[in-house]
Write a protein that binds this ligand. Structure first.
Ligand SMILES: [Zn+2]
Length: 425
């Protein structure tokens, strides 16, 4: 049976402006939606104009004084809020712009409505490309994010689901979500991100594993620049994780990102998560090369619907954005030169798997019975550790996939719900 998919789109959300020169362009949502329409994908989904989140909804996670401030501040009166702007980290990365609270209310409402529909089994998959603002903290804005729609949606999912698995494939660490659930074993957060050299936000070391009841329910896979489909990201993500945040800033050629994932590679992560067949909330996130964000999220919408779509883009009002090739899958130019060493990846793998194994010893175990021999890579020879793309030098077998599927089935048994944040930096 095919999945019932809900898709949330607010026609006004693409009209908000962070300001001239700011890399975050809500307009990318208009482009995405236009492609979704012109490919005819809307026919396969239930399309909703989303609910708008109230202050009360936002205060399920955020402090009242912070949300109150977001509701009151505007470009015209911000001079009177000097102290608050500082306190709540609003100004530079997270500017005050016309309709700021309205914008937050719309993207948060859509994620929340998606969670509610999953809870009531109205759909199996809920998509909100406007959501996924994973850096927002309880008391402050951060990294272009004001209200953390992910945390608020997960809190909603937890009303009906004992556990939620959160997977974040944005190029930036999902720090706001990790912090919110750091002490609980009911939400496992998994983040694949670039780490090191002061890359924003600076957290997400593999040794951040959760605390108290949440110890080992936080998993970080810190990666270096230039990761691509073949070398590291896909094998690593598929071995480690049965769940994902779909930021589009990990795509090659992103304005801010430095990973070289192709749109197909990014999509494979989404398909992999979908294969767990558990309720799935799919959110957007970063992604600053507007045309590629639209391509990526449109392609991922098609994967979630199991509809194949042509590489040739349909004509739309934004057609000129996709010049010169006008295709869905343009070549990804490698723009990053720093290479990832196999030694470094192996170290990440080992640490991450050690942490996963510790779940066996943690209370309230849900991922269990994963034999350790499936976790080991056997080396056929000794490749040059500095040589990139030598992944073939490892024996890869179906057992690695089995690990993930078994982990996923354990999760399914405990009626887990999945929140995938798909963002491209
Ligand atoms: Zn990002």
């Amino acid at each position: 049976m095919t999945n019932r998919t809900s898709y949330f789109y607010d026609p006004d959300v693409g009209n908000f402006h962070y300001g001239a020169g700011h890399p975050m362009k809500p307009h990318r949502l208009s482009l995405t939606h236009s492609l979704v329409l012109h490919y005819g994908l809307y026919k396969k989904m239930m399309v909703f104009k989303p609910y708008k989140a109230s202050q009360h909804d936002m205060c399920r996670f955020h402090s009242e004084d912070y949300i109150d401030f977001l509701q009151k501040v505007s470009p015209n009166n911000m001079q009177g809020f000097t102290k608050s702007l500082n306190t709540f980290n609003v100004g530079d990365d997270c500017p005050v712009f016309p309709g700021l609270f309205e914008f937050c209310s719309r993207y948060t409402g859509a994620s929340l409505q998606g969670a509610t529909q999953l809870n009531h089994k109205i759909c199996d998959i809920a998509i909100n490309w406007a959501g996924g603002l994973h850096h927002a903290k309880k008391f402050e804005a951060s990294g272009f994010c004001y209200v953390n729609d992910i945390v608020i949606s997960i809190l909603e999912l937890l009303k009906y689901h004992p556990r939620v698995l959160y997977i974040d494939i944005d190029i930036h660490h999902g720090d706001g979500v990790q912090e919110a659930f750091y002490l609980t074993d009911r939400v496992m957060t998994v983040s694949f991100h670039k780490y090191g050299n002061y890359f924003f936000p600076g957290t997400g070391d593999m040794y951040e594993v959760g605390a108290e009841s949440g110890r080992y329910y936080c998993l970080n896979v810190p990666l270096r620049d230039g990761i691509d489909d073949q070398s590291e990201f896909l094998p690593t993500s598929q071995n480690v994780i049965p769940a994902v945040h779909c930021g589009a800033d990990s795509l090659g050629c992103d304005r801010l990102g430095c990973f070289n994932l192709s749109i197909r590679g990014h999509g494979e992560c989404v398909e992999f998560v979908k294969s767990f067949k558990i309720p799935l909330l799919v959110l957007g996130g970063g992604g600053y090369t507007v045309r590629n964000v639209a391509r990526c999220w449109t392609f991922e919408t098609s994967l979630l619907l199991e509809e194949s779509i042509s590489d040739e883009l349909p004509y739309s009002e934004y057609f000129e954005y996709f010049a010169p090739d006008f295709t869905l899958h343009p070549d990804v130019n490698a723009v990053c030169t720093e290479t990832i060493t196999l030694q470094y990846l192996e170290q990440i793998r080992q640490t991450v798997f050690e942490n996963l194994k510790m779940l066996n010893h943690a209370p309230s175990v849900q991922i269990h019975d994963v034999p350790s021999d499936m976790l080991n890579y056997e080396r056929n020879d000794e490749p040059d550790p500095d040589e990139r793309g030598a992944e073939e030098n490892y024996t890869r077998s179906a057992s690695h996939l089995k690990l993930s599927q078994r982990a996923a089935s354990s999760v399914t048994e405990s009626s887990c719900c999945l929140c995938l944040c798909v963002t491209l930096v």
